[in-house]
Design a protein around this ligand. Structure first.
Ligand code: PLP
Length: 447
């Protein structure tokens, strides 16, 4: 960069690529939040990633807090993961027939998470979509009227039709534009959305009421055990107890651990919060940066899945050898070094404390929700426990803060309603660098 430019302000090549991309890809991106729509500015096209950093097409290196939206808990381009992928690639890239790595990863995942059986798919969306179908198939076996599922306002479970209802993540900035509350996307027929009942997160009484009235019609209650997709929301003990009461009504409890699985502990949020879901969905870390998702639970439920059960679910690239190799290498590394979770917590808590005091110094209202290596700094005053409270955030101030950070070489999540992710590659010096940049960014955020 020319000397008069900050480390992250050159955008000539990213801008050129973005122009070309917009001609051939809707909005120039293959996943909406990447387009920077809610924060403005030019999305950076990334050329390479290493450790805790991303390097863009203009040659600028950023300290990365996205971690590919969760998978890169070991940092980018981790040698063990890279070598596992290269080694696997030397034996062919897809077989369309079973292979040993699938068995190894299934054995590892079931052992680490205390589930009996898992099925691998290729994304978190596929995992939640398939788990819902399985829940309907399994519970409908004894009571065919169970066709409804319950989700929580602001939780995001991927983009299957039934789950694009009052959804979080990119939808939190999209729904307003569409001017509709539910469904959160065009193209989802109200008839589909009508099969999804929506309740408020952290509202045990509301959930109890819904289960009392409709419990006999409900196949499953799906939830983020710690929410990342409305920004970080932490569940209360009372809410978790209410979630477990849905089982008594004959509904399955589905923990969507796509984001939290292997991130908050080796047993995910379920391990940290003592949850006992009937089914669990995984994604992100389970594939170590390659496309993998999974769902699993007790054998009596999982054996309802084809080919031995009546619930159909399949995938051309499911259990892909490269993806299995990346997942195996990542999970093995985490198991070898379980102290990583203590280090991640320490770093992220210090980051949260630093941001809180810098915002106070700058006279800006800020509420930090943090657990383990997940954190959201909400630009608002007061506590944030649900979607409605999160939605009060000053997104314009967040946008100015985000741009100032990016210009200083810190790549934060480009939306107020996302979690950031710290990796094992983030070091003490990175924390100092981040807080120095954040201090200036808070001044910039004040207008
Ligand atoms: N569930 C949760 C909790 C997620 O955070 C996400 C993605 O961010 C998904 C499901 C969907 O996963 P994918 O984007 O891999 O389809």
């Amino acid at each position: 960069a020319p000397p008069d430019q900050a480390p992250g302000t050159s955008t000539a090549r990213s801008e050129a690529l973005f122009q070309r991309a917009q001609r051939v890809i809707p909005g120039g991106v293959n996943s909406p939040v990447r387009a920077f729509k809610s924060v403005g500015g030019t999305p950076r096209f990334i050329a390479s990633a290493n450790g805790a950093t991303l390097t863009d097409a203009d040659g600028q290196t950023y300290l990365d807090y996205i971690g590919s939206w969760g998978p890169m808990i070991l940092g980018h381009n981790h040698p063990a993961v890279r070598e596992a992928i290269v080694e696997a690639a030397q034996s062919g890239t897809s077989f369309g027939a079973p292979s040993e790595r699938e068995v190894l990863l299934a054995e590892l995942v079931t052992r680490l998470t205390g589930t009996e059986k898992v099925r691998f798919v290729s994304s978190g969306t596929e995992a939640t979509m398939s788990a819902l179908r399985l829940a309907r198939g399994f519970t409908g076996h004894s009571s065919p009227e169970r066709k409804y599922t319950v989700k929580f306002r602001g939780n995001y479970h991927g983009h299957a039709d039934a789950l694009l209802v009052e959804a979080g993540s990119g939808l939190m900035t999209n729904a307003a534009a569409l001017g509709q509350a539910a469904p959160s996307s065009a193209g989802v027929p109200p008839e589909y959305a009508a099969l999804t009942l929506v309740a408020d997160y952290n509202d045990p009484a509301g959930l109890d009421r819904l289960i009392q009235e409709r419990g006999h019609e409900i196949a499953a209650v799906i939830f983020e055990p710690v929410v990342g997709n409305a920004g970080v929301l932490i569940p209360s003990a009372e809410f978790l107890a209410a979630l477990h009461r849905v089982k008594a009504a004959g509904a399955l409890l589905i923990a969507d651990e796509v984001m939290t699985g292997f991130r908050l502990s080796l047993r995910g949020a379920s391990g940290l919060l003592n949850l006992e879901p009937d089914l669990t969905c995984w994604g992100k870390i389970i594939g170590g940066g390659l496309p993998v998702g999974a769902y699993g639970g007790r054998a009596e439920i999982m054996d309802f899945v084809s080919p031995i059960g009546p619930v159909y679910q399949a995938g051309t690239l499911s259990g892909n050898p490269l993806a299995m190799a990346a997942g195996l290498a990542t999970l093995r590394e985490l198991e070898r070094d379980p102290d990583i979770y203590t280090r991640l917590e320490r770093y992220t808590a210090a980051l949260g404390e630093g941001l809180t005091s810098l915002a106070a110094e700058a006279g800006l209202p800020l509420t930090v929700n943090q657990i383990g290596s997940m954190l959201t700094a909400f630009f608002l005053e007061g506590e944030v426990h649900d979607y409605g409270q999160a939605a009060r955030a000053d997104t314009a101030a967040f946008g100015r803060w985000f741009q100032a950070l990016l210009g200083a070489g810190v790549y934060w999540a480009p939306s107020q309603f996302e979690s950031i992710f710290v990796s094992g590659a983030h070091r003490e010096v990175d924390l100092d660098f981040t807080l120095t940049a954040a201090k200036q960014a808070f001044s910039a955020a004040k207008e």
